[in-house]
Design a binder for this molecule. Sequence first.
Ligand code: URA
Length: 236
Amino acid sequence: MKERLQKLISAAGLCSRRQAEGWITAGRVTVNGRVAVLGERADPGVDRVEIDGKPLKAPERHYYILLNKPAGYVTTLSDPEGRPVVTDLLREIPARLYPVGRLDYNTEGLLLLTNDGALAHHLAHPRHEVEKTYLVRLRGHLSDEDRSRLQNGVVLEDGPTAPARVARVRLSGQHTWLEITIHEGRNRQVRRMCEAIGYPVSRLKRIRLAFLDLGRLGAGEYRHLSKEEVNRLHSL
Ligand code: URA
């Protein structure tokens, strides 16, 4: 399909449409060997588009993956200690994927990964901080008073935490299970909040991120997000 040249050039990730218009006007763009003019269209599947004599690459396909991260994987792209990395679980995806936010080595659950830098940036921005719900197992029995402390905010070394929601508290043997929902994204936040009031976390799993949940995905399994889900994430 024919598209305006500036659209093709910006879709290849080289620059904005406006800058591409400047390149066309400056005579840096050719179509099938002939200098292009502003307003011209080309079909990247048929026409040879070049900028400064270099062929235009096909637009990068974007992948949006929801992974159920198992414990024992790091969310960085490589690990100096040689531990397994989450992208080891996504070898079939032919793109360089970046995690949106992070989960600790021993934290399980919902992790988004994408090669769409604009979306990753959008979701990581503090203004768009989305709700995240964690299933937490604590050592000890959480008292009502301590539950209120978690909800109202706990003072950590990097400042007090914002109010959180604590739900479905259930005691089991020497442990307490609960769901905690936060919208901040500080490093090791849930573990540090619980430790700060005297309850070490023995298991931590993210079960929801905004409107997304894990569904039936087993540990280590993933799925592609639908177009509707991607659009909803963009508009958060
Ligand atoms: N809070 C934590 O403590 N760890 C995580 O991995 C995510 C949230």
